[in-house]
Design a protein around this ligand. Structure first.
Ligand SMILES: [Zn+2]
Length: 481
């Protein structure tokens, strides 16, 4: 996944974050930049798609070599995974001496979405610098952060930096698709290697620009859980010249119409509450009145209903489920024996897929229908997982304070806002394991230039250097805590 703007912002509003002094950050030296540039180029030019031409292990082995050559001890550089082509790399920078603080994990997927040469103006697996941009598959999602963090770890090691707690970097497979999701596998099979106080995942969040003007820096502080459900109506069928009241297609569509009319209960959590409180300062008119009304105790549900007309608000308020696929029947002149729909749900943190499956059964209220869970791998089962993403705590100060400070040193005046992502990233596997996750890329993109997964993916050159400065300062700040 990659950052998607989730804020609905009025173009006229002015953002007055606390004004920081002009950047006093230590910026990368030209030698540091040469190294970071070479790493970025190397990663872009290794095809890590989930396809016959792609191989994640080629990329993780290449990075492993850099860490070993730089003098990281072999026992702190782990190459591992369930498939020879999908090896993950986990690198640990050890704390100086004994520490009671849990580590910080930087979680970075190293795979990319497929890209076809015929769709692009340049070769997607060639690192091209043109007109102030770096072009190539993964320049936005998310090899820029992979490269910046590898460069940061190498630089900190070279400078003899000793954190007060371990810093871990995991470069993982199959976030974008494929059978061997590295984040999920690592947290289940090798928790000892990736266990952390919290996770920083640069696969979300970032700085939004509007014609070069800094709009907002959003930090994903929680995300919804993705789940698919298969809804099936079956019938003995028969000849279409002899219709009967019982009919698989009608029963399924009646159920889906009930879903269309249904809204899951309105909810707020610490993250969305903060988000809407911040937004209230920037909105006007009925919207601001409605936002205040939903933040009251008890919340005003009529105000929530009005705000829910905006899909991004609605999605931030509740679990959503929507029919996304439909199939049924076997002949034009026969009564259907099967009618089936896929219902895709984005589950509000604190609820499990199984709880949601039972809610769907309640909404459909038709015992003739079955509602089954469909896993990411497409496996259908009668019940869904009980695991839920933890309801997020208030954003951790030890993460947000340095994140805000350093962001405002680089982009003076920008406001930093925690958000709930309506999509999904690898953070979910750690959130389900009880580890808080924060999504922040530290890259600045024009709001209308989101090209993740698309053609001619590109990153402003300047944005890469700023993210490099950010991660260096941020890793040090977290390491010093
Ligand atoms: Zn991504």
């Amino acid at each position: 996944m990659r950052r998607k703007p989730v804020l609905l912002l009025l173009s006229t509003c002015v953002f007055a974050g606390p004004l920081a002094a002009q950047s006093a950050l230590p910026t990368a030296s030209s030698a540091d930049r040469v190294e970071a540039h070479a790493l970025f180029k190397e990663l872009i030019e290794i095809n890590t798609t989930d396809s016959p031409a792609g191989n994640v292990t080629t990329a993780t082995v290449a990075m492993q070599k850099h860490f070993l050559a730089a003098g990281f001890p072999a026992e702190d550089v782990h190459l591992l995974g369930p498939d020879p082509r999908k090896q993950n790399l986990v690198v640990r920078m050890r704390a100086a001496g004994a520490t009671t603080e849990k580590p910080v994990l930087f979680l970075c997927h190293i795979d990319v979405v497929q890209a076809l040469r015929s769709d692009w103006h340049t070769d997607p697996f060639e690192f091209v610098e043109k007109d102030g941009y770096y072009y190539g598959r993964g320049t936005q999602d998310m090899k820029e952060s992979d490269a910046a963090l590898v460069a940061t770890f190498l630089r900190l090691h070279r400078e003899g930096y000793k954190p007060r707690r371990d810093l871990i970097l995991a470069l993982t497979a199959d976030e974008e698709g494929g059978k061997f999701n590295g984040a999920s596998w690592l947290v289940r099979q090798h928790r000892e290697l990736v266990d952390a106080a919290y996770v920083i995942n640069p696969d979300a969040g970032g700085v939004q620009l509007d014609h070069g003007r800094t709009i907002v820096a959003d930090v994903e502080a929680t995300e919804k859980v993705y789940s698919d459900f298969q809804v099936t109506a079956t019938n003995r069928g028969g000849h279409s010249s002899l219709p009967r009241p019982d009919n698989a297609i009608y029963e399924l569509t009646a159920a889906l119409n009930k879903l269309a009319a249904y809204s899951f209960p309105f909810e707020l959590n610490e993250v969305t509450r903060t988000y809407f409180a911040n937004l209230a300062q920037k909105e006007t008119g009925q919207t601001v009145a409605d936002i205040h009304a939903i933040l009251a105790t008890p919340p005003d549900l009529e105000a929530a209903a009005r705000l829910s007309a905006e899909p991004s608000f609605n999605s931030n308020f509740r679990t959503t489920c929507v029919a996304t696929r439909l199939s049924g029947g076997h002949a034009n002149n026969a009564l259907s024996q099967t009618a089936q729909a896929n219902v895709n749900c984005r589950i509000f943190p604190g609820h499990s897929p199984e709880e949601t499956r039972r809610q769907l059964i309640g909404v459909f209220n038709d015992p003739k229908l079955t509602v089954k869970y469909v896993s990411d791998a497409g496996v259908v089962s009668d019940v869904a997982p009980e695991r839920k993403a933890i309801a997020p705590p208030a954003p951790i100060k030890e993460v947000f304070d340095p994140l805000t400070r350093i962001t405002q040193q680089i982009w003076p005046g920008v406001s930093v806002t925690p958000v709930m992502e309506n999509g999904a990233s690898d953070s979910i596997y750690f959130a389900q394991a009880g580890i808080p996750c924060y999504g922040y890329s530290a890259i600045a993109l024009e709001r209308d230039d989101d090209r993740a997964h698309g053609q001619d993916e590109r990153l402003p050159v300047d944005s890469y250097w700023k993210s490099l400065d950010f991660f260096y300062a941020f890793a040090k700040a977290l390491g010093d805590e």
